[in-house]
Design a protein around this ligand. Structure first.
Ligand code: NAD
Length: 291
């Protein structure tokens, strides 16, 4: 058996079409479209390339996207002042802070200054808290992309054994909450699971496996349960190739569905950022628009 490939580019294209129609409707009813800003500190080549790809996707959907580049050595207070200015600007509907930030900036501190209705990445602690009680639509983008891939298989998650490897604030932890909302039985593994020598035993029993670690071939293909759904979030540069965290060649022989790397979770994540931009716009124009 060979797994069906969960093609992120085609899933992203379908969602983009839906979002474009929604932006067209918003334009017709309000005379405006969402306008998003990405605050970047310094202009590292890789970060600029990623921002350019976000801009391209925004333009395809009809969203305005502006890259604001501030000096790499900006003080934390000056950065917070910029964020506060964008919070007050009613022509700006969404704000994100491009990562990584320089070491003198405490990301967690500045992230909490982003207005909760403009929080494009769902990283303000208030939005993270709201996720627990399902009161926010501004969901962190990568977990949202994983959920889109899982829904695209149409396999019900209720009662399934889901194993997440990686417990970061931006992927594993919020994804755990989203999966619990669908009544999956979720196990979250991390570095200490490996240290205890228990990673393989958890992975082996996963009906659905999501891996977000950043270590190539951490998950051996032979560990995958027959018929499992495998979502590989990891991005690793190995020589001149980009690979995920799962041994793809072997894993695809056992899985029922599997995401490729690149071209799996990544393209959908960018589109989720745009979906949040539209949700943020709707939150701010609620009184003027029927949503
Ligand atoms: P992180 O460094 O914040 O967290 C890594 C997690 O992996 C931690 O929970 C850690 O405990 C766990 N871990 C480390 N070594 C382990 C081991 N040997 N066994 C089990 N668990 C181990 O990483 P992150 O920011 O969540 O990113 C993870 C990966 O996902 C990276 O490769 C990153 O590039 C990628 N990523 C991809 C997207 C996308 O859109 N495709 C988005 C975000 C992150």
């Amino acid at each position: 058996m060979s797994a069906k490939l969960l093609d992120g580019k085609s899933l992203a294209a379908q969602i983009k079409e839906k979002l474009k129609r929604e932006v067209d409707q918003l334009r017709a009813s309000t005379g405006q479209v969402p306008r998003l800003v990405n605050i970047m500190l310094g202009n590292d080549h890789g970060s600029c390339a990623y921002a350019n790809s976000q801009k391209r996707v925004a333009e395809q959907i009809g969203i305005q996207y502006e890259l604001v580049t501030l000096p790499h050595n900006i003080s934390q207070q000056d950065l917070i002042d910029h964020i506060k200015r964008f919070n007050r600007d009613e022509h700006i509907h969404g704000i994100m802070i491009h990562k990584p930030v320089p070491t003198h900036i405490q990301y967690r501190v500045v992230a909490n200054y982003v207005d909760i209705t403009k929080d494009l990445e769902g990283i303000n602690v208030a939005n993270i808290g709201k996720l627990i009680v399902q009161e926010t639509k501004l969901i962190p983008c990568t977990p949202a992309a994983v959920m889109e891939h899982l829904h695209s298989t149409r396999v019900p998650l209720r009662g399934k054994e889901v194993v997440i490897v990686g417990h970061s604030e931006i992927v594993g932890k919020p994804l755990n909450l989203l999966l619990l909302e669908e009544y999956a039985t979720v196990t979250v593994c991390h570095i200490a699971t490996s240290e205890a020598g228990k990673l393989m035993e958890h992975v082996r029993r996963a009906d659905v496996l999501v891996v977000a670690v950043g270590k190539p071939a951490l998950i051996k293909g032979e560990w995958i349960k027959q018929g499992a759904i495998v979502i590989d979030v990891g991005i690793n540069q190995v020589g001149d190739k980009i690979v995920g965290d799962v041994e793809f060649e072997v894993a695809q022989k056992k899985a029922s569905y599997i995401t490729p790397v690149p071209g799996g979770v990544g393209p959908v994540t960018v589109v989720m950022l745009m979906r949040n931009g539209i949700e943020a716009f709707k939150l701010q124009t609620k009184s003027k628009v029927k949503v």
